[in-house]
Write a protein that binds this ligand. Sequence first.
Ligand code: NDP
Length: 247
Amino acid sequence: MELQGKVALVTGGSRGIGAAIALALARSGADIAICDLQPTPDAEGILKAVTGLGGRASFFPADVSDFQRAQKVVAEVVAALGRLDILVNNAGINLDRVSWKMSEEEWDRVLGVNLKGAFNYARAAALIFRGQQGGKIVNISSVNGLRGQWGLANYAAAKAGLIGLTKTLARELGSSHVNVNAVAPGYIRTKMTDALPRQAKDDALKETVLGRLGTPEDVAHLVAFLCSERAAYITGEVIKVDGGQYI
Ligand code: NDP
């Protein structure tokens, strides 16, 4: 229960990797705020699971690409749960197409959610974390932000951009005792990857050296560690969770 008394905001926390992160942080004692486009049965299930673990849980509807809404959500989280200690920028989408056929809308939307969305919430949280001289930010990037991938110009650029954002925030907030890190998952089985062609799954499996695809919990374990005091001297890092996909 090393996060007892802490409050964590997880964007896109209703399902997939975000839901596993919300539950992992709750198991460590944190109260949980989830922000997602709209309340869904999935979100309801996660809130119930958190309260079942003895924590408090609240839902905040928001499109993370909306700057003004982000500033309000962070203020609403503090009003509802009393404080904010941990921000996990997890919300993300993919709209895959080879670059010479990619539309302006596909580029803008993926950058807007995956990269601007993280900036929007980090900016609001940074003010609070500076004021209280402490906090944790974890940005969910991707191995494809490190190596690029066919058909993912928008997604890979956004995930690479998150790494620049992570390192900059780590430098800017270090003197305020705020740790900022990025996690770069490989192929993790979620609704996002379930929608990909079978070939993508087979290729990813072949790339792993551990011989299996990742689970949301594989990512959540690392995020919970990075949000704990055991990781107090780790900042500005990008850590892969990919079963050796991109060694
Ligand atoms: P899912 O699609 O399963 O879940 C994404 C979550 O983000 C959903 O709850 C979704 O809400 C929410 N979301 C999407 N757009 C917005 C938005 N504009 N504002 C607020 N919330 C939003 O994805 P994963 O769990 O697989 O992915 C989570 C993160 O991990 C993403 O950033 C993804 O890029 C990253 N990642 C995933 C990998 C994988 O293999 N799965 C690999 C590497 C990185 P809604 O239900 O309303 O759509």
